[in-house]
Design a protein around this ligand. Structure first.
Ligand code: FAD
Length: 423
């Protein structure tokens, strides 16, 4: 005699829309395209997700790490998830599912009715995807605080300064913005980011979602000993295709005046962090506002150098022109024995295009020497388009200098020594 059909219970993977900052990291990381988004939410397709956990460590906020036990037949569909402003309450679906399961188990006198889809917290750890950057921090990194402030309870910061750091003649308008938290705790580390909640609403009446910005100042404050952070923000006036666009948050930030108040969430990020051991070397490769975390790390090292940090700093920094390079003056004034900087400009009139990859190739012997050293940590930050070219250049340089990139790359990733942040 046939018994009742087995009840299938699923531990469904969901993204918390209240914490998610829509940074796209999860969608990019998912190896099987189970994550998608609309203008409202990022969601996980239960029919595709296999619970591999690859997306969990890179998520800067932890919004990705949410699970609900549901009857498989009643799993939340992606259309339903797109409409959510908050996750469904924990327990409702789970207890209904488990109650039904308990009833069936009692009826059948066996406990083998769960047939699919449950992945325990104790299951094996996340697979390290060695074809991308590290999802673990350097071993000596300080422990970061994350998510101290959320969409529901943001902190209000006061603008302590806002000035342009690209030449007045340049098309690219990049601002250095200092936010002060007064007496409210906002502990940060170099490499972390914060979320800004721009005021106002979208055309369909929803509040704007938060935009993420890298912190450009060291952990002890833009001004040492003050409870403040700085950002490097590029005013978005064109979209990625070059058509006219008015970036909601970047324009809001670039127009702020001293004394204005800003709603901030975060901090975010627990892997793109700098090593704390003083003899570690930093190899930093960036373009445009990707210089923000490099500025934070460099300034922390500069302050620490006075206390005996000995590791080398090597920086490759690209922009279209010298005028468009943020912080050009202060950067070029740093002592040569403190930081080895090579600039690359891709649109200098009358000169051939030169990208960061070209500059790296010119300095290949020095790059290879750093790659050979187990104390070297690599950071790549800037426009998405740079990532592939930079990784290919590292591969080429390694190959030319007798280093097997196919062995070195996974090792760097596993050891928290290759950090990529492109947007
Ligand atoms: P939106 O209103 O969101 O977009 C307007 C239009 O412009 C849209 O069509 C959009 O597709 C397009 N667009 C969005 N961003 C860009 C861009 N950068 N270039 C060209 N077109 C664009 N930005 C910084 O300025 N400094 C930082 O330090 C920084 N750090 C970041 C760190 C992380 C981890 C991430 C994920 C992003 C970071 N960003 C940074 C980008 C930032 O979060 C915003 O995406 C950016 O400021 C645009 O937001 P917006 O509200 O002004 O534009």
């Amino acid at each position: 005699m046939n018994g009742p059909a087995p009840i299938e219970v699923l531990r469904q993977h969901l993204i918390d829309p209240e914490i998610c900052i829509r940074c796209n990291t999860c969608e990019e990381t998912c190896p099987i395209d189970a994550i998608t988004h609309d203008s409202n939410n990022y969601v996980v397709d239960a029919e595709v997700c296999n619970g591999c956990m690859a997306c969990v460590p890179p998520c800067p906020t932890g919004a990705i790490d949410n699970w609900r036990t549901v009857l498989k037949a009643e799993a939340y569909g992606i259309e339903e998830q797109f409409t959510w402003d908050a996750l469904p309450a924990q327990g409702t679906a789970a207890s209904a599912a488990l109650d039904t399961l308990a009833q069936q188990t009692a009826l059948e006198g066996n406990s083998a009715a769960i047939t699919a889809g449950i992945k325990d917290d104790e299951s094996e750890g996340p697979d390290v995807d060695t074809t991308r950057g590290s999802t673990v921090p350097p071993w000596s990194a300080a422990k970061p605080y994350v998510n101290l402030y959320t969409h529901k309870a943001p902190v209000v910061a006061t603008v302590a300064g806002n000035y342009r750091v690209t030449d007045e003649t340049a098309e690219s308008d990049i601002h250095h913005i200092v936010l002060d938290f007064g007496a409210l705790p906002f502990p940060v580390l170099e490499g972390q980011s914060i979320g800004i909640l721009p005021p106002g609403a979208t055309k369909d009446g929803k509040l704007h979602h938060a935009r993420q910005y890298s912190i450009a100042s060291p952990r002890d404050g833009e001004r040492k000993g003050y409870n403040n952070v700085s950002l490097t923000v590029k005013r978005v006036t064109r979209d990625h295709h070059g058509d006219a666009a008015h970036g909601v948050c970047s324009n809001y930030l670039c127009d702020l005046k001293k004394g204005d108040h800003v709603q901030v969430i975060g901090p975010f990020g627990s892997t793109f962090l700098m090593p704390n051991h003083p003899d570690s070397h930093l190899l930093m490769i960036c373009t445009g506002t990707g210089s923000a975390p490099m500025r934070a790390m460099t300034e922390y090292r500069r302050r620490r150098r006075l206390k005996g940090a000995t590791g080398k700093l090597m920086l490759f920094f690209g922009a279209r022109t010298r005028e468009e390079l943020p912080y050009f003056g202060p950067l070029t004034n740093l002592p040569k024995d403190f930081i080895d900087t090579t600039l690359a400009f891709s649109r200098t009139p009358g000169e051939p295009k030169r990208y960061v990859q070209d500059a790296m190739r010119e300095r290949a012997a020095d790059v290879a020497q750093l790659l050979r050293d187990a104390n070297t940590y690599l950071y790549v930050c800037g426009l998405k388009g740079m990532e592939e070219g930079v990784l290919q250049t590292l591969r080429d340089i390694a190959g030319q200098h007798g280093l097997a990139w196919d062995t070195l790359w996974p090792r760097l990733v596993r050891e928290g020594r290759l950090h990529l942040e492109t947007y």
